[in-house]
Structures are given as C-alpha cells and as structure tokens.
Design a protein around this ligand. Structure first.
Ligand code: GAP
Length: 447
C-alpha cells in the first residue's frame, strides 16, 4: 500500500473556515481540545486539553525547553508564582498601560477592540460605534479572607516579570554572568475583549518566555541572534518556509518597554498572525523594579571592575497558540488504496502518541507478546495500545492523530519474534526483529 501525493488546501477547495472547522472538529472528536465547562453550556474563551492535547502541548513545551535550556549552558529555568502583588505590575507598567481600546456597536451591541476593526462592526456592518475607551486586561483578585485594598493580587498577564524579579536570586545562586538567560513556561491570563479563532486568543493561555541579559552595548547583536534562532526552531519542527515569516514592528506598534520587536508570524487560515515576539527590552524592567523595590538589580563584572544594568532580549512565544499552528501546518488529506484519509504530518517529537502498538486481532495468543512490545517501547516514547476494530481502521485512526509509527504484532510474530513497523506518511511497512525495535524507532526519530 502506498499513499498518493498529499492534497493542498487549495486543491481541496478549502475556504479558511473549512480548514478551521476540520481542525476544531478533529480536536474535539479525538480528544485534543474541548470547550471548557461544556456540560454547563461552556465558558467562553477557555479550553480544556484532553488526553491527546495534553500530550501534544507537553511535547511542544518540552521541545522549547530542550532547545532553550537543556541544550545550552547559558540559560537556566525557573517557575515563578502566578499570583502576584500589585507592586510587580506597577513597576512593570502593566497597571497603567496594559489596556486595549474597547468600542461598542450602538446598532447590535457587540463589543470590539477598536484597533482590530477599522471603524466598522464585523457583526452587523454598522459604523455607529462608541468612542474607544481603555479596557484593562489584567485579572484582579484578593489574597486572603478580607477583600480590601491591601489584599489585592493579580494573575500574571505574562511570565516575564517573574524572571526580572528573580534576577538577583538567579545571579547569586547560579554564578552566571551576562550574556545569560532565564527561561520560564506556564500559564498567563488576560481579560481579552475579543477572544477568538479557537485557542489563538484566549483568556487563559500558556507562554514560553526567555529573558536574555546582555552587556548594554550588545543588545542589537543578541536581538539578531535570537530572531534567527527562534525562526530555526519552528522550521526544525516542521513549519514549512512558506507559512513562516519575520515581521519587524513599526515604531508606533512597539510595547511601552521595547525599542525593537520582530514577530515570528505564521500563515493561519485567516492570514498572517503572530506566534512569537522577540523584543529588545533594554534595561527598562530591571531599572523599573530596582526603583520600585529599592534593590540594586545590577551586574558587577569582577574582571573589568564595571557595574552595569544588563539589557534584555526577550523571545516570547505562546505554547497553546504554537500548538495550534503545528496542528494547522500538519493537517493533510490523501488517498490510500482508493480510500481517503485525513492525517497529521506532525514531527514525531510533537505527536501525541509516537508509537501505536496494534495486535493484528483481538486474540489471546497475541496479547502477551503485544504487551511485551508495548513495555519495551513505552519507556522511551509515548505509546498507544489499541485492539479494537480492523487493522485498517486502526491505522486510519492513528494517522488522523499524527502517530508516526504503528507496530503491528501478528501471528508470525509469536514464532519469528519480529513485528511490522508502518510509517504514517508513506504507509510503507518493514519487518523488524523485536530485538532491534528500540534501535529502529530511535533511528527514525533522528531522521
Ligand atoms: N512578555 C512579552 C509578552 O507577553 P506578547 O506579545 O503580549 O508579549 C507573547 O505575548 C506571546 O504570547 C504571543 O506572541 C502569543 O503567542 C502569546 N499570547 C499572547 N496573548 C495571548 C492570548 N490571549 N491567547 C493565546 N496566546 C497569547
């Protein structure tokens, strides 16, 4: 059996909405992403990650952590608190500036971000909109039993500030010196006016951020370095070149802390949109926190006797948004022996299951050996085990969720101790001795 050439979105006659609908349906039907609180009618703009989604999201974050922390000796990780006091957000400028311009349509009463709609209501087409007013995006709560001004706390709207406020702790405990970075991934919260496009913009999401502290004269050099490193990360994990681009911000687009920002953009079904921003934050944050806290957030270079406030280059990506981009880029349809199939051509490192172990049929004779093969493989990668339905249907089910390799245990396997390894993309099958299986699968990861 061989797979026919893939069908492109245009050849399928897909509209952007069709492709999004396919992805959203697949995510719900196969347990990637569920609308949150669905049995209560849903809670708009939050999503729950199901058994396959949680595997894939972990793989996206793992791939980021591996390239940003594990494989480098100049970056260390932290995991700072989500719940945080107002001083952090006063110093960072978020309490005064982290707003979006909100307008109401006087005709249909929908609410919009003024900067996204060019003066016309996307719902009813009316131009009768209110004047924009600043809407604050942070979630505010109270820490402790009494709701008073002194107990006000915030859910972090970015992970970045946790790294700035721990600058001295990390410097003192790791003895790193600039250039060095602190990385963190985790949940952030923004009360978005118009959450939209599935998990592209939600009120609760995950970020993967790194603050890279450099001598003040080296900002541009490291900004250039990190923009190309980050582009490489997306390409290496399978985003095709024609769906990926770098776009420099115009001066009037820059955030309050940035002197230069470049966005890594992905071609979503609705057009180019941001996956990640790489910003030159200068010494803005360390100076602001030093002033507010009274702590000296500086680096003393013993070799030169110089004391300085490092500048910061920040690659800041969304984990949930990036996972969605990987799903969109991987979605494909082709034909196998006259049958149509949908598949996710995911990089094996990102697939929710990396191997599916499939006994040819539900037969007692095959179970012990199939379980043996499963135990052999599951210590090295994420495995599924499926005995239901015909083998052909099980292959399709695995293709649809992006499992790169199916390992089939058949009746010959019991005597020859060999299994069939089937490739998702080509559907090619090879016979492999069980004794060589780990080497075979490990080798395929590297290809
Ligand atoms: N520390 C800088 C910062 O937070 P940002 O551009 O506001 O910069 C960085 O956010 C990344 O976080 C974005 O490129 C995007 O991938 C992700 N992100 C931001 N808001 C999001 C939201 N409401 N839903 C999902 N992802 C979001």
């Amino acid at each position: 059996m061989t797979a026919k050439a893939a069908v492109s979105e245009t050849e399928r006659g897909d509209t952007p909405d069709d492709l999004m609908e396919r992805i959203v349906n697949l995510c719900k039907r196969r347990g990637f992403i569920f609308p949150s609180a669905e049995i209560y009618g849903g809670f708009r703009s939050t999503y729950d990650y199901g058994p396959l989604g949680v595997n894939m999201l972990r793989n996206v974050k793992e791939a980021w952590w591996r390239s940003m922390v594990q494989m480098r000796d100049d970056v260390v990780g932290i995991d700072a608190a989500i719940l945080s006091p107002g001083q952090i957000w006063e110093a960072s400028g978020h309490l005064s500036t982290f707003t979006d311009p909100l307008v109401d349509c006087r005709n249909c009463h929908e609410r919009w971000r003024a900067d996204k709609i060019a003066g016309t209501c996307p719902n009813c087409g009316s131009n009768n909109l209110t004047e924009p007013r600043a809407f604050h995006l942070m979630f505010k709560t109270h820490a402790g039993p009494v709701e008073e001004d002194s107990s006000v706390a915030y859910l972090r709207p970015e992970t970045a500030q946790g790294m700035f406020v721990n600058f001295l702790n990390v410097l003192q405990t790791t003895r790193k010196k600039p250039p060095f970075g602190i990385a963190q991934m985790g949940k952030s919260f923004r009360n978005e006016i118009t959450p939209q496009n599935f998990v592209f913009r939600t009120r609760e999401f995950e970020q993967m951020e790194m603050e890279y502290f450099v001598p003040p004269t080296e900002g541009q050099k490291w900004f250039d370095y990190w923009t190309s490193e980050r582009m490489r990360w997306y390409s290496d994990l399978g985003i095709p070149a024609d769906r990926l681009r770098l776009r420099n911000h115009e001066p009037d687009e820059l955030s309050h802390y940035s002197v230069a920002t470049a966005d890594v953009e992905f071609l979503f079904p609705w057009g180019w949109d941001e996956l990640e921003g790489i910003a030159n934050r200068t010494d803005y944050d360390l100076r602001a926190h030093a002033e507010r806290s009274g702590e000296k957030l500086e680096y003393f270079d013993q070799a030169t006797g110089q004391r300085y406030v490092p500048h910061v280059i920040e690659p800041s990506a969304g984990a949930t948004r990036t996972m969605m981009a990987f799903l969109i880029a991987a979605y494909d349809e082709d034909e196998v022996s006259g049958d149509k199939r949908a598949l996710l051509r995911l990089d094996p490192r990102l697939s929710p299951y990396q191997v599916a172990v499939l006994p040819l049929s539900k037969n007692d004779a095959l179970e012990p050996l199939s379980r043996e093969v499963l135990d052999l493989l599951r210590s090295m990668c994420i495995c599924d085990y499926d005995v239901t339905q015909s083998i052909g249907r099980r292959y399709r089910r695995q293709d649809e969720v992006g499992t790169p390799w199916c390992v089939t245990v058949d009746f010959d396997s019991v005597s020859d101790r060999a299994v069939t390894v089937r490739d998702r993309d080509t559907t090619a099958q090879v016979r492999v001795p069980i004794a060589d299986l780990v080497t075979e699968i490990t080798g395929r990861f590297r290809r």
